[in-house]
Design a protein around this ligand. Sequence first.
Ligand code: SF4
Ligand code: SF4
Length: 309
Amino acid sequence: MASKHFQCTRCGRCCRASIPLGLAEALDHDESFLLALVFSMETWNLDDFAANRPVLPITHEDLFTTLAFRKDKLAMDASRDLVFRVGRAPSGTQRLATFVTVGAAALGDFHAGQARCPSLAPDDTCSIYDRRPLGCRVFPLDPLFPEMLQHVPLAGLETRLPCDFSPQAPEIWREGSLTDPEALALLARRQETIRRDSLFLPYYRVAAEAFRPMPTLPEILKSLGGNGRLDLPFAPALVYLTAAGAISPERAERCLERQTALARKAVEQALARKDKAERARTAVLRNCLSLMESFTGRIAQAADTAPKG
Ligand code: SF4
Ligand code: SF4
């Protein structure tokens, strides 16, 4: 079986999209990153792989290994029905598997029509390299794939990013195993974060009801269709973390204040740029800002009425 090689040349190209974060981890960066609560849904067509992501050829056996892994890692909890579901398409001819995941993301700043991580320095190096998020550390590995299938997402990146994937770069994966124990440990940590955050799904109704008009979970799932991603204000995650005892109500309120200030600044900067291409994004940011302002001072009260996690 082929091996995979990888070396980061610090070009900064992968630092121009939103950064995936764990719900609790997000608070470590709430002063510098504008956070979103992210729902994503991914549907796999089990009978027609050409219709699926990843676009790389993948065997039936490979795909079922992936599904078994995800089922095992993501669905062994109360959120089982939401996280993983297998059924037939409405036409009844194709078998589909759907995964729903929830987590946080750090949204990029906008500069000259391009998204950019706020921690990316002008020379395209990471200004917080030693304390960068776990999602950055684990890259280019994909936590939604098991160790034995990491060659699939790696091969997808080879065609898209200018990292060094040549045989001269250090070997990262061979015959179903990661060759670097540190990379394996990071992958396991990120996978555990995703599994733990999936516990938030059945809780979402409790947290969102305190903050009308946050959408209900059925509304979110409907808007995602079969595939997609929805970014919402982070406040329901703060209620969840507070009720679960992971953070204090004071810390949650401080996070919301910081986030509101960052959102206000992002809206002001976007309006000053007067870039038509940003209009839709700015409208979303303004909506988020007004929701966040209405949530301020209400986290502790919402967490008090919620069942303790
Ligand atoms: S935190 Fe650093 S490594 Fe991560 S996306 Fe931002 S600049 Fe890149
Ligand atoms: S795109 Fe590749 S080489 Fe460039 S910073 Fe990201 S991981 Fe490193």
